[in-house]
Each structure stands twice: as structure tokens, then as C-alpha cells.
Design a binder for this molecule. Structure first.
Ligand SMILES: Cc1cc2nc3c(=O)[nH]c(=O)nc-3n(C[C@H](O)[C@H](O)[C@H](O)COP(=O)(O)OP(=O)(O)OC[C@H]3O[C@@H](n4cnc5c(N)ncnc54)[C@H](O)[C@@H]3O)c2cc1C
Length: 355
């Protein structure tokens, strides 16, 4: 639905599928990308939203390193201590699985007794089950480590891990095997769960958003949320640009990072804490015991902090506040005052899809 909505709003000729960015260059006046279809594109601004192994980030960091402007921590590769098998089933038969036919999501996490695994499921409104098996490694790894071959991450690797985890059980007698058998093969992946917060988010005409500048453990479910928050705040700043001169871009990119970085540190730390809660050490066990004793009012405070930040696009009609926790202040909302609020008729997603 999200893709369809975006596809309906962006002119088709602006979308290039099956094309990879290979390298970037930039100077005072423009930024250029070379793509795998042998084309060079030129523009005023390059937004790298190309994920944890971002080519845009790597290209930008090479330029900065040559100029001696890259912080040491940004030279280090992304570490991970968990690998994960993840998938989403087809809609399941609620007659066979009646606990999926409830208004609340069926949301269960299991910590294996004598295995280095944790497994989690949650159901969706249409009775699909999103499942994930996390394997806890005993040491920190990196993708570039010489021992790691592609064969460890392809479809065969996912198949092999499926076999290892088939007998894992959930309450109500549900097994991982049942879920795997009802999941299309192309919807099963084996992935690394890297964790890294990069310091450098922009330079010159290039700026990064999402996993390209902050890769979080998914335990708190904050990665894509943070990527969307970045996009909203950056779009606000771009909308408020006085010119596309490099000095104005610097101010806008700096304002974007100033608003997003402190929030991202918080989300990154929350993700780390939640990830450790799933861990298998005695320390994790103690933390889990303590969290069970946290009073409701304190949880509420934690949740308010986690959910409070919800930036709005300043160039669209503001969404009325419907949440039960108050929204946190948003610096770029100031820009909304600078621009008159457009009067748009609300358009539903289904109406957009029909266009
Ligand atoms: C198992 C798991 C569960 C998760 N659960 C949650 C959750 O519950 N909630 C949540 O908020 N987040 C969750 N996340 C995190 C979330 O998936 C990511 O944070 C989010 O997808 C990041 O979005 P992005 O656009 O920055 O990067 P990506 O989603 O990685 O998108 C990058 C895009 O760039 C493209 N690309 C890469 N290189 C190039 C290139 N050279 N040229 C052109 N295109 C390129 C890729 O094909 C891809 O389409 C989870 C992640 C995992 C692994």
C-alpha cells in the first residue's frame, strides 16, 4: 500500500528500477552519480537512502577521508552480534488458529532454554504471522570479516537455518515449522542485525537518511520509523531552502542533523537495551527480572518518551494530535509558520490506488 501510494505520487519517469548507484562525485556547484546502466546523473542535492551498506555513504566517506575530515569512528565497519531468520506467512486459517482471530495482535517472544536462540511472532490484521528467529553469537562479527562468505547469506543459508529452527515452539502448540511451511520462499531471509550510529550525516551537497546513517537492532522496532522521521525532517528543511547554493544546503543539512541526531541516539540506545533483553547472559536475565517489576506508571513514562517524537511535514496540512501521549517539540515545525498551510482535501489511500 505504501509503495502504491508513493508510485501514484511520483512521476514514473523519475523512478529507475534495476539500476545501482556505483559511485559519487561532488564539487561546489553540483553532485554526480554514476549508475550501473552507464549513465551519469547530475543534480543539486544527493540524498543517500540506500541502507546499511550505503554506496552513497561509502563514496562520501572516501572523499572526506582523502580530505582528512572523517572521524575515526566512521571508518569502522558495522558490527553485529545477532543473525536473524525472518519471514511473513500468507494469511492463515483462523479456524485452525483461533487465537489469531482477535482484535489484539498475537505477540509472543520465546527465549530458548538451552539454545542460543530467541524467537518472536506477531500477527497482522489479516491473520498473517510475522516471525523472526534471532541467533545470539558469542562474539562480535563484521560483514567484511574474511570468514564470511556470501553463501552464508543466500537462499541456501536461509533454508539451512529453517531446518535448524523448525521444532521451536510457541504457546498454543504452534511451531516454527508450521509458519515456515506457510511462508513463500522469497519472503524468508537470513540477515545480520548490525548496530551502528554514524557521526557524519552530510557533507557538501550529499546527505544521508535512514539505515545509511544509523543502523539499529530491530528489537525495539525503531529502524524504519527513524528512517521515516529523517525523511520528514529533511523534507521540511529542503522545502524551506532559500537557494540550492552550497552554503544554504549546509545550513539546512545541519538543522536536519541537529533535530534528528539526539532523537536517533535515544532510539539507538532503546534498541540496544531491548536487544539485550532478548540476550542469553545472566546479566540479561537480571535485566528481564527487573523489567517485570517496573510499575505501570514508569512503563507509561518510557512509552511517552519513545512515542512522543512524531515529526510532521510542515508543507502539508498538520495532522491533528490524536495520541494519548503528548507530542514532543519538533524544531522544524517553526518552518510551518514561514509557509502558509496548503488547503488540501484529505485523499484516502484507496482513492489514490484507483487513480
Ligand atoms: C528482521 C528485521 C526486522 C525489522 N523490524 C522493524 C520494525 O518492526 N520496525 C521498524 O521501524 N524497523 C524495523 N526494521 C528496520 C527497517 O527494516 C530498516 O530500518 C529500514 O528498512 C531502513 O530503511 P532505509 O530506507 O533506510 O533502508 P533500506 O530499507 O535498506 O532500503 C535501502 C534501499 O536502497 C537500495 N539500494 C542499496 N544500494 C543501492 C545502490 N547502490 N543503488 C541503488 N539502490 C540501492 C536497496 O535495494 C533498498 O531498496 C527491521 C529490520 C530487520 C532486519
Amino acid at each position: 500500500m505504501l509503495y502504491d501510494t508513493i508510485l501514484n505520487l511520483v512521476p514514473r519517469e523519475k523512478i529507475h528500477l534495476q539500476t545501482k548507484v556505483l559511485s559519487i562525485e561532488q564539487n561546489h556547484d553540483e553532485v554526480m552519480i554514476q549508475t550501473s546502466d552507464n549513465t551519469t546523473y547530475r543534480g543539486d542535492i544527493l540524498v543517500g537512502a540506500d541502507g546499511a551498506y550505503s554506496v552513497v555513504r561509502q563514496g562520501l566517506y572516501q572523499l572526506l577521508e582523502k580530505a582528512g575530515q572523517l572521524p575515526e569512528s566512521d571508518k569502522e565497519q558495522l558490527p553485529y552480534t545477532n543473525v536473524c531468520l525472518v519471514g511473513t506467512t500468507e494469511p492463515l486459517d483462523v479456524a485452525k488458529y483461533p487465537y489469531l482471530d482477535k482484535p489484539e495482535s498475537y505477540f509472543v517472544g520465546v527465549l530458548g532454554d538451552d539454545t542460543p536462540y530467541t524467537w518472536v511472532v506477531f500477527s497482522t490484521k489479516d491473520a498473517r504471522v510475522c516471525w523472526m528467529v534471532v541467533k545470539h553469537l558469542t562474539s562480535v562479527s563484521r560483514k567484511e570479516d574474511s570468514g564470511i562468505q556470501n553463501s552464508e547469506w543466500g537462499p541456501e543459508a536461509a533454508d539451512a537455518m529453517c531446518e535448524q529452527v523448525r521444532d521451536f515452539r510457541f504457546p498454543h502448540g504452534l511451531t516454527m515449522g508450521e509458519l515456515i511451511d506457510q511462508t513463500r520462499k522469497e519472503l524468508i531471509s537470513k540477515v545480520m542485525l548490525e548496530e551502528k550510529l554514524f557521526e557524519t550525516w552530510f557533507a557538501g551537497r550529499t546527505v544521508l537518511v535512514g539505515d545509511a546513517c544509523h543502523k539499529m537492532h530491530p528489537a525495539a522496532g525503531l529502524g524504519a520509523v527513524s528512517a521515516m522521521h529523517d525523511a520528514v525532517v529533511l523534507a521540511n528543511q529542503l522545502f524551506g531552502l532559500e537557494s540550492t547554493g552550497v552554503e544554504d544546503l549546509k545550513k539546512a543539512f545541519q538543522a536536519y542533523r541537529d533535530e534528528r541526531y539526539p532523537q536517533t541516539v535515544q532510539s539507538f540506545e532503546t534498541s540496544q537495551t531491548m536487544a539485550r533483553l532478548l540476550g542469553r547472559s545472566w546479566m540479561n536475565t537480571i535485566v528481564r527480572m527487573l523489567t517485570r517489576r517496573i510499575p505501570k506508571w514508569l512503563w507509561r513514562k518510557v512509552m511517552d518518551k519513545m512515542q512522543g517524537y512524531r515529526p510532521q511535514a510542515t508543507f502539508l496540512p498538520l495532522v491533528p494530535d490524536r495520541g494519548s501521549s503528548k507530542p514532543a517539540p519538533q524544531a522544524s515545525l517553526k518552518l510551518a509558520k514561514k509557509f502558509p498551510q496548503p488547503k488540501l482535501n484529505p485523499v484516502s489511500v484507496s482513492a489514490l490506488n484507483k487513480k
